[in-house]
Design a protein around this ligand. Structure first.
Ligand code: MV4
Length: 499
């Protein structure tokens, strides 16, 4: 096992990686921006170093500075978490060139999967089903028109350098293709510095189902079943669960084998994910994510496998200690991302000081968080405050448990999307497992202000005022000689006292 790791990240994922490191006996070195001096990931780590001012570009994205720091403090490895530098092949290459271990797949794997048309070519060659369409960029609108006629409308224009939905345009008919091509290309150029676009058949109402993978450096690759991640808004997932409510055992095994084939095609090592679009029993490769994902805990809860531990083990050269046959699913897990966003009126980011914070607990409840009471929520970073994850024997019991846990969660000082999740847990289509990537647009009531949360707040304030009033009237008069050491609470309501 490696001796030390520098965690090039912040927030909940940095805390999660510190936890994994400590369990593996790995010395955890945190880094922080000037805004994060007292952040939980800093306090959790064994050692921490400031890397610059609050803006990410001047701190968490300074790949060169991070590598220099890692060398200076004697770290053996760098764990990038997700976001920031996690899928930058150039960073992974620089880490390795410096003689450090990069906790992730080989730089060439990251590069190949980051180029969407190359990823499609590699997958197609390996026999992995891809969404019907092109595997090369189209040079001009005429070429796009010819390809679209072949594929059949509606088609989806995508950026080759893409990801995250930027540069994507749905085109319903040939007449709209030229304008869409130009718009998508312009957007892709602005976002990725590369304007090339290609075409796929547009799937109208698919599910997003992804398979978790784990590979080692000895040629072993296993899958850890799927996560259903269809409930998302503007490409930000909100609710994830494992297993998917719709896959049969046969489908799970087939998709899993497909994902393993995909991993083998790119010599995958470490933890990774193959994303599929699933529609009416058919599934198609969408993307491969070459990192630990936000939603990894639902897989951990149903498989009992600690993904961060295995990232460390695999990076240290250990072989996987289990085969595909050893891996099974127990029960059902659900994750709700708790962000500092106001779901009423467009998920606008909310900032401020977390003035009060109560973390849910009890049977089957896990909180992976990155904030504390008294902490500041700013616009410098991702709005993810933490993830509430539950495990239950069945999907229905997991949903009920999540509702209970959400009721225990208290975050005051900033708005959060927790009330949105509480509504989802009651929503009949969700409860029936009827979700697709259009779930939120098909359920506008979930993000509309119907006054119910305000009513709840008003009721809570009303109750508190009433209680206060009640207490004043009934409060016992404590004789000065008895002093303040006598708790008035024990006296309240006791017969013959203070009435
Ligand atoms: C698609 C699609 C429908 N058809 N491709 C969105 C981001 C990028 N990673 C791929 N995306 C999509 N590709 C075809 N051919 C629909 C989406 C999509 C989506 C995919 C997964 C999860 C959420 C989504 C939300 C909107 C669109």
């Amino acid at each position: 096992m490696i001796g030390s790791v520098l965690i090039a990240n912040r927030g909940e994922i940095a805390v999660r990686i510190v936890r994994g490191a400590r369990e593996c006996g790995v010395h955890a070195i945190a880094v922080f921006s000037e805004a994060d001096r007292l952040a939980p990931h800093v306090l959790a780590a064994d050692e921490a170093h400031c890397i610059g001012p609050a803006p990410s570009a001047e701190s968490y994205l300074r790949g060169d500075a991070l590598i220099e720091l890692a060398l200076r403090v004697g770290a053996e490895a760098i764990h990038p978490g997700y976001g920031f530098l996690a899928e930058r092949a150039d960073f992974a290459r620089a880490v390795e060139a410096a003689g450090l271990l990069f906790i992730g797949p080989a730089p060439d794997t990251i590069a190949a999967m980051g180029d969407k048309t190359e990823a499609r070519r590699r997958m197609s060659e390996a026999g992995v089903p891809i969404v019907p369409g092109l595997t090369e960029a189209v040079a001009d609108p005429e070429a796009a028109e010819a390809a679209a006629e072949e594929i059949g409308f509606p088609v989806l224009l995508k950026a080759s350098a893409g990801g995250g939905g930027k540069g994507m345009r749905v085109v319903e008919e040939a007449a709209d293709l030229r304008r869409a091509f130009e718009a998508a290309s312009r957007e892709a150029l602005a976002a990725f510095g590369d304007g090339s676009v290609y075409l796929e058949r547009y799937l109208q109402r698919p599910r997003h189902v992804e398979i978790q993978l784990l590979g080692d450096t000895h040629g072993n690759v296993v899958h850890l079943a799927e996560r259903e991640c269809s409930i998302q808004r503007r490409h930000q997932k909100l609710v994830e669960e494992a297993p998917s409510p719709v896959l049969s055992e046969e489908e799970r095994a087939r998709m899993g084998e497909t994902a393993v084939t995909a991993a083998r095609a790119v010599d995958y090592r470490g933890a990774g994910t193959v994303e599929f679009l699933y529609e009416r029993g058919e599934y198609f490769f969408l993307e491969m994510n070459t990192r630990l994902q936000v939603e990894h805990p639902v897989t951990e809860l149903v498989t009992g496998i600690d993904l961060v531990e295995w990232q460390f083990r695999v990076a240290s050269g250990e072989a996987l200690a289990f085969t595909q046959d050893d891996i099974g699913i127990t029960g059902h897990a659900i994750e709700c991302r708790i962000t500092s966003e106001d779901h009423l009126g467009g998920f606008l980011p909310s900032t401020g000081t977390i003035s009060h914070f109560e973390i849910p607990s009890g049977p089957g409840v896990r909180w992976d968080g990155g904030v504390v009471q008294g902490g500041e929520v700013t616009l410098h970073y991702d709005p993810l405050l933490g993830k509430l994850i539950v495990h239950g024997a069945t999907r229905a019991s997991a949903i009920d448990r999540m509702a209970r846990a959400l009721d225990e969660l208290v975050v005051a000082g900033v708005e959060t999307c927790a009330p949105f999740h509480r509504r989802v847990m009651e929503e009949p289509d969700f409860r029936a497992g009827k979700v697709s990537i259009r779930y939120i647009e098909e359920h506008p009531e979930l993000v509309e202000d119907d006054g119910s949360e305000r009513d709840l707040l008003a009721a809570a304030i009303g109750a508190a005022l009433l209680e206060d009033e009640h207490r004043r009237h009934r409060a016992p008069r404590i004789a000065p000689s008895e002093g303040p050491s006598i708790s008035p609470w024990r006296r309240v309501g006791s017969p013959g006292r203070g009435e």
